[in-house]
Structures are given as structure tokens and as C-alpha cells.
Design a protein around this ligand. Structure first.
Ligand code: NA7
Length: 540
């Protein structure tokens, strides 16, 4: 074997790649992690835009695999900012001595399966060639930025920034006329922060999104240390149930099942009181306070009306407030945003909302943005226009499986996976948080740990059984995909027109990609497959 052969090649050194590197070395595997960026952190390496922070609470959005790590790392805020999360990823890499396993600044340009001698051949933009018995794609779900197809975008002569490819050097907006396109989570986080220093900010909004206040605060060290005494029980809660892997962040973890809160069983004042308490408490769990908000349109409309009322109370100008009220999708069917002073920002005199539904954007010019009846001059343009989510990185990598089958072709009508872990026709290639798993609907750290544990256990079993190849069976994949779609159709998600469905990328097949039954149900499904001798997988 050449020096460039490894048992496992991992693509990506975000949280999934880091945990894979740790687990696989602990098991004595030879591996190399190939990472496009110049440091670890994945999404938190790239997304450095002003105001970038996690919309999941720090104490839940963190690794659980090392008690020492979770006890010794100090999170400063309820919702950590990007630099703090990046420091955490770097700390994990250093603490567990993972850096020597990672090759940075390395973009994978192809991964090609060779039936004989049963390995993957991976090539990089630097012209290197690796072979590996197994390939694990830890490429993230939001790693391929989506550039909008707006006429003249390339002609803009001022400062230009894309949120997900933000420069590493400090960027200031003082005395500048800034424009921003995009009002998803990234835009909603960036807008208040940019507004704080820009001379003028124009927000170009095509579709308003629902946002709830973060109610962010500095964590009280005494509270944290008390919370940490119960960490194992909290983690167990995060992993279980039909939720998305967050649980409650009360000092004492929930014990035993909790009765569901069903909209039709609530009086109107009781439902309003629940929503008000959740609004005051802050955070995305606002969506879970009435449990059938994403299943029952009537419940959803009630929650929508509650948020519309909040927006109208927060935004002084009624025309701006009306434009900020989402009316085209049920709440939560596009990812709910979590903000700090987003709606309040529009009360500042130097901030203007342009509703592109009423005054369409005609083109971007060298000096600014031309609307149908007006030209707005800008010194700086920021775009926060989202990602080719969940499948972008995989489809762009020139992955070829059995008989030269291109992943792009296998997925021409949308991604097809068994459990989100493997895809038929691509033996020995695993995905972490792939389409068909809870993925972006879940606490990514919970899902990453579960997938990595599953994959590493599977490799251990293969070694013990002297197997060199694993592949997913077609019938099992068909059944799983049908199940994923059936679950999605039982919810309001398909009505969202969101990136969960691929609807934000022109020409992308519309298929609801994540598994919506929750992390607990999904974990049980994965464990049941193992208990039944890896049902639906074939070994050779
Ligand atoms: P999102 O949520 O996909 O938001 C992208 C935004 O960009 C959204 O408001 C889009 O409006 C807007 N957009 C995209 N193309 C255009 C054009 N051509 N003209 C005007 N506006 C446009 O991406 P984010 O980065 O904010 O968030 C992604 C996830 O990252 C987030 O959910 C968290 O999980 C973290 P549209 O809705 O298409 O009308």
C-alpha cells in the first residue's frame, strides 16, 4: 500500500469530522481528514458574518462524548457567538490531538469507487490522490453557499460580502450606506449588528420569515455548575423522545414522559398564555410549546397570529410591520429564526425595509440596486442568500459509485438514502447527518454523535466479521425513503417552500430531505436495524 492509503478518509473537519477523527483513532484506525478550510470548525469557520451565533443553546449544542470536556469548557452566553463556537472546535481539536490527522486547504474534487480492490479513490484540487477502504462524508448540511441569480450582481463596484464566506479580517461599516439581500437566519442575525454601525442600512426583503426573540444573556457560573451536575441526565433527554434533541435547560432535567400539549385541548387564553411565556423565555423552543403546531394548520395559524401581533407591537411603522409579517408559509415550516432586536431595528431612522414583493429588484448596478422606480446607492452590499442545503456538497464532489454511477445521477430526482447513512450504489461510503436523517431539524451535535457512533460501531463489527464491504439494499432504501416522505406529509413542512425541500435552488428537485419524526424515533430505528443484524445492509 502506498503511504496515501488509509482505512478511512473523512471529508470535512467540522464537528462531525472532529468526532470521527477522535473515535476512529481511539479504535486504532488509520485515517486522514481532508478539509477545505485552513482550520477546523466547518460551518463555524466559514460563517463569520456580524452577529453570527448559534440558534441552539450552548449547553445543549456541545459534545457529550467526554465528560471532562463538557465539565471544563465554559460557555459564556446562552447562545454562543461564532468566535466562541470556533474556539470550542479548536479546543476539541487540540485537546484530543486531532490536528495531525487533518490536512487543511484541501478540496476534494472526486471520490471514485473501485470494485476491485474494493476501495475509494479520492482526488483533491492539489492533484493528490488517496485511497481508502471507507469514505465518510462529514461535509455539513449548509456548506455550499447559494449565489442568487440577480442580473448585474457581478458588476457591483463597492464592497461586497457574502455572509457565509465572510473575510477573516475585520469589516467595518462606519459612514457607509449598506444594503443587504436575504432575511433568513443569517440576515436576521446580521441586520441589527450592521445597523449599529452603518450610516444607513437598506434591507431588501423578498420573503419575510418568522423570528422569535433569543432572550440571550450571559450565563451565570453558579447556575451552570449546578446544571452541569446533571449533565448525563440532560444529555439522555436530548437524545430521546420525538423532539429535535434540545430538551429543557432547567437545572433539573425532566424525568419521565410529559403529556403532550394539544391545541384543541387548550382554551384560547391558555394557548396565548403558553405562547407569551415561551416568547418571554426566548428561543426556538417557542415552536414546541404547543406540540401540534407543525401538524395542525389551525394551531399553526393561531401561533402565526400571535407572532404577527408581536411584530406589529414591536415595529412602529405599520407599513413596515405589515411587510415583516410572514403570510405565505406556516410558522416553523421554514426554519424559525432566533433574533436579538431584529424587529426593533426597523424603528431606527437610518434603517429602511424594501419589500421586493411590491417593488421588485430589477438589477444590481455598479453603484447600488435598481428597483422598478428607484435606484438605491450603496457603498457596501451584503448577501445572505442561503445555501444549496443538505445535498450541495455531496452532489458537487463528483462521487462515482458502482459501475461509475454518479451520485448526481442517482439523486437526479432528489436524494435517496437508507437512514441518511448510505445510498444504494455507493458501498463503503457513509454520510453524517445526510438527507433522510433528522439532520437540520435537530440539534446537530446530538445527531452527529449518534451517526458517528453508529458508523464506527459498524466498522468495528465489519472488522470482527472480516468483512470488507457494506452496501445499502435497494428495497430497504425504498422503504426508508417512503417512510421519510410519509412522516413529512403528516406535517405542514411540505407547505413551507423552504430549503428543507430544495425550493431555494432553481432546478433542484423538490423533496422534503430531513426526517421529521425526531431524534429519539430515528435513533430507535437505527438501533432496531442493528439489532436485526443490520437489516437492509449487505456485507461482503
Ligand atoms: P436562508 O434561510 O435560505 O435565507 C436566504 C434568504 O435570502 C431568504 O430570505 C431568501 O428569500 C433570500 N434570497 C435568496 N435569493 C434571493 C434573491 N434572488 N432575491 C432576494 N432575496 C433572495 O439562508 P440563511 O443563511 O439565512 O440561513 C440558513 C440556515 O443557516 C438557517 O436556517 C440556520 O440553520 C443557519 P426567499 O425566502 O427565497 O424569498
Amino acid at each position: 500500500m502506498s503511504k496515501q492509503h488509509f482505512e478511512v478518509i473523512v471529508v470535512g473537519a467540522g464537528f462531525a469530522g472532529l468526532y470521527l477523527a477522535h473515535k476512529l483513532t481511539t479504535q486504532g484506525r488509520t485515517l486522514r481528514v481532508l478539509e477545505q478550510g485552513s482550520d477546523v470548525g466547518g460551518t463555524w469557520y466559514w460563517n463569520r458574518y456580524p452577529g453570527a451565533r448559534c440558534d441552539a443553546e450552548s449547553l445543549a449544542y456541545s459534545f457529550s462524548f467526554s465528560s471532562e470536556l463538557e465539565q471544563t469548557w465554559h460557555w459564556s452566553e446562552r447562545y454562543a457567538q461564532q468566535p466562541e463556537i470556533l474556539s470550542y472546535a479548536r479546543h476539541v481539536a487540540d485537546q484530543f490531538q486531532l490536528r495531525p490527522l487533518i490536512q487543511f486547504n484541501t478540496q476534494v474534487t472526486s471520490a471514485i469507487w473501485q470494485e476491485l480492490p474494493c476501495h475509494w479513490v479520492i482526488e483533491t484540487a492539489l492533484g493528490e490522490r488517496f485511497t481508502a477502504d471507507f469514505c465518510v462524508m462529514a461535509t455539513g448540511c449548509l456548506s455550499v453557499p447559494q449565489r442568487p441569480d440577480i442580473p448585474g450582481l457581478e458588476t457591483f463596484a463597492g464592497n461586497f460580502y457574502q455572509a457565509s464566506q465572510w473575510p477573516h479580517e475585520p469589516v467595518g461599516f462606519e459612514a457607509e450606506r449598506v444594503g443587504i439581500i436575504g432575511t433568513g437566519s443569517s440576515g436576521i442575525q446580521a441586520i441589527p449588528v450592521i445597523a449599529a454601525s452603518a450610516a444607513h442600512l437598506t434591507v431588501f426583503q423578498r420573503t419575510p420569515n418568522f423570528s422569535v426573540p433569543a432572550n440571550n444573556y450571559e450565563l451565570d457560573p453558579d447556575w451552570v455548575s449546578e446544571f452541569k451536575q446533571h449533565y448525563p441526565a440532560h444529555r439522555a433527554n436530548h437524545r430521546a423522545g420525538n423532539g429535535s434533541g434540545f430538551g429543557d435547560l432547567d437545572i433539573l432535567p425532566r424525568s419521565g414522559p410529559v403529556d403532550p400539549v394539544i391545541f384543541n385541548e387548550l382554551s384560547e387564553p391558555a394557548a396565548t398564555a403558553l405562547l407569551e411565556a415561551a416568547w418571554q423565555r426566548g428561543g426556538a423552543r417557542f415552536m414546541a410549546v404547543i406540540n401540534d403546531t407543525l401538524m395542525n394548520l389551525e394551531a399553526n395559524q393561531f401561533v402565526q397570529a400571535f407572532v404577527h401581533k408581536k411584530i406589529r407591537s414591536l415595529v412602529k411603522d405599520p407599513v413596515t410591520a405589515a411587510a415583516l409579517c410572514p403570510t405565505t408559509h406556516p410558522i416553523g415550516t421554514r426554519r424559525i429564526c432566533v433574533d436579538i432586536n431584529y424587529y426593533e431595528t426597523y424603528n431606527q431612522d437610518h434603517v429602511r425595509l424594501v419589500n421586493l414583493r411590491e417593488t421588485p429588484l430589477v438589477e444590481i448596478t455598479p453603484k447600488g440596486i435598481a428597483l422598478d422606480k428607484e435606484h438605491i446607492e450603496l457603498d457596501t452590499l451584503v448577501i445572505a442568500t442561503g445555501f444549496d442545503a443538505m445535498t450541495g456538497a455531496l452532489r458537487n464532489m463528483n462521487i462515482q459509485g458502482v459501475g461509475g454511477l454518479a451520485l448526481e445521477d442517482a439523486w437526479h430526482a432528489g436524494p435517496r438514502t437508507y437512514l441518511g447513512l448510505m445510498s444504494v450504489g455507493f458501498p463503503n461510503l457513509f454520510m453524517v447527518t445526510g438527507p433522510g436523517s433528522p439532520s437540520v431539524l435537530s440539534n446537530m451535535l446530538v445527531s452527529i454523535e449518534q451517526h458517528v457512533d453508529w458508523i464506527v460501531n459498524c466498522l468495528t463489527k465489519m472488522r470482527a466479521d472480516n468483512h470488507r464491504m457494506i452496501r445499502a439494499e435497494e428495497a430497504a432504501q425504498d422503504q426508508w425513503m417512503a417512510h421519510v416522505q410519509m412522516v413529512a406529509e403528516a406535517t405542514l413542512f411540505p407547505q413551507g417552500g423552504s430549503w428543507y425541500l430544495g425550493a431555494n435552488v432553481p432546478g433542484k428537485p423538490r423533496i422534503f430531505m430531513p426526517y421529521a419524526a425526531g431524534v429519539g424515533a430515528y435513533r430507535e430505528a437505527c438501533e432496531a436495524v442493528v439489532a436485526k443484524g443490520y437489516r437492509g445492509f449487505e456485507f461482503a
